[in-house]
Design a protein around this ligand. Structure first.
Ligand code: 4AD
Ligand code: MG
Length: 461
């Protein structure tokens, strides 16, 4: 079988020769002696029209096919100079692989994204989701390529852990205990010694802590895998299961971190513009009319830089426009992040040096003793896409901070070891993969860039 993509690529040599393709019926029209099938095989953005005739013995079987049926077509690829598509297949044989019943949900009309979310097993057969998930695949590849070209080692960090990297307590617990009959200790607390790992465990919220230990061996590493957060926020940018890319560099500081983040994002933008031009044009036409303009602007300018303190000063001037008023010490909300990137800077912005109280325990304390060497990268349309920091590499300072936050140091023994044995300045960040896909496609809901999304009250399929 040849694919529609290959046919488009090699059309010069394939015209007027015989081809065989397999695909699904997008639409079918028939008259007495011949009919047309519009076929999509998922390999390419374009569909291919097939003409079939009543000289075929299964003519009536073909004519009865419903949208969604799977067929294999053999025929001659002929030019169609007057039609929208440059060629079609004059079929000599159409084999029905699988019929489709008449209640096939994807009929030839526009369906809302909300509706398509209820059939996430079928939505990849629509133009929009073909484009989204092909671009998602390309972005993943581009990210690997970016880091591999720079000799970063890809580290597979565990999904089941005993620690809470972000310290936010938003974890899914992992247990094999019978929830209807939880073993109890004599004091009446849960007896985790009877659980699979003999202690409480959870799905990871971030691979960073394990990643740091590999950075202390390889210098430059990255992770790329699923992470899980039981955040009870029902928004268009939060998923319970999402993928994160977390590079970590030894002998690097916050500026090195930002330089890496900026060149990574630009690399990925350039990659998809070059490798998925049809899909990107489609998004620009049907999803977000400013997409290409915006992405090209990003490629041709430097990201903005602002400290948290400066950002708060700028934002408080506009407090009457916000639901949630800004003050020094507050966590920036999506409305503030978007105001910064969409109204004030109109491009990606690095916000640095946040108050330590609103950031994780591992971030390096700045000399002012109030802020930490943190950085968030905010982008128009989404807000935070990257969160990162330089890490606290001083053993005593890290222990002091963990004590302040009453963290159980035994859970972080290995992490403290890294500050005992050859500690070095180091920094890294986490890029939310889905938010990156949203940013590059213009899709506005995270549920529409994850094949099978998991969000609050939703774990279908
Ligand atoms: O800012 P976060 O929480 O940072 C970390 O997890 C660090 N350990 C990263 C590091 O320094 N190695 O998360 C990083 C990014 C966010 O900027 C966001 O893009 C994404 O992960 N993210 C989510 N994406 C989708 N759904 C959620 N619930 C997300 N939570 C975070
Ligand atoms: Mg963050």
């Amino acid at each position: 079988l040849i694919t529609v993509r290959e046919i488009y690529k090699k059309q010069d040599t394939l015209l007027n020769s015989q081809v065989t393709i397999g695909g699904w019926v997008r639409s079918l029209r028939d008259s007495k002696s011949f009919g047309f099938i519009v076929l999509n095989d998922g390999s390419y953005f374009e569909t291919l029209q097939v003409v079939y005739h009543d000289t075929m013995e299964n003519f009536s079987e073909i004519s009865k096919l419903n949208v969604g049926a799977a067929v294999i077509v053999t025929g001659t690829l002929v030019p169609t100079p007057d039609a929208k598509q440059p060629f079609e297949i004059q079929a000599t044989e159409v084999t029905v692989e699988g019929t489709s019943s008449s209640d096939y949900p994807l009929q030839k009309k526009r369906h809302t994204f909300e509706y398509l979310r209820t059939i996430s097993h079928l939505r990849p057969r629509t133009n929009t989701f073909q484009a989204v998930f092909r671009v998602r695949s390309l972005i993943a590849y581009a990210i690997h390529q970016f880091f591999q070209e720079r000799d970063f080692v890809y580290v597979h960090t565990p999904l089941i852990t005993g620690s809470d990297c972000e310290g936010a307590g938003e974890m899914f617990q992992v247990t094999t205990m019978d929830l209807n009959n939880i073993p109890k200790t004599e004091e009446g607390t849960i007896d985790f010694s009877q659980d699979f790992f003999g202690k409480p465990t959870n799905l990871t919220v971030s691979g960073q802590l394990n990643g740091e230990s590999y950075a202390m061996a390889f210098r430059n590493i990255y992770t790329f895998g699923p992470t899980f957060r039981a955040e009870n926020s029902n928004t268009t940018r939060h998923a319970a299961e999402f993928w994160m890319i977390e590079p970590e560099m030894a002998f690097a500081d916050l500026n090195d971190n930002m330089a890496l983040a900026e060149s990574m994002l630009k690399y990925v933008i350039r990659y998809v513009l070059e490798h998925a031009p049809e899909e990107m044009n489609f998004f620009n036409q049907f999803v977000d009319k400013d997409l290409l303009n915006r992405l090209n602007h990003v490629l041709n300018s430097d990201f903005a830089h602002v400290t948290y303190t400066e950002a708060v000063e700028l934002l408080t001037k506009h407090n009457d426009e916000f639901d949630y008023k800004v003050f020094w010490g507050c966590d920036l909300q999506t409305e503030h992040e978007r105001y910064l990137t969409e109204q004030l800077y109109k491009k990606p912005v690095f916000v640095t040096d946040y108050p330590k109280e609103i950031k994780a325990f591992y971030m390096k304390l700045n000399p002012d003793n109030k802020t930490v060497a943190a950085v968030d990268c905010l982008v128009p349309g989404i807000g935070e896409i990257i969160g990162g920091s330089q890490r606290e590499d001083n053993y005593d300072k890290l222990v002091a901070r963990m004590d302040e936050l009453e963290l159980n140091k035994e859970d972080y023994d290995f992490y403290l070891d890294l500050r005992k044995y050859g500690s070095a300045r180091h920094a890294g960040f986490g890029l939310g993969f889905e938010r990156c896909v949203m940013y590059l496609t213009g899709m506005s809901n995270i549920r529409d860039v994850v094949p099978f999304p998991r969000t609050v009250n939703n774990c279908e399929l």
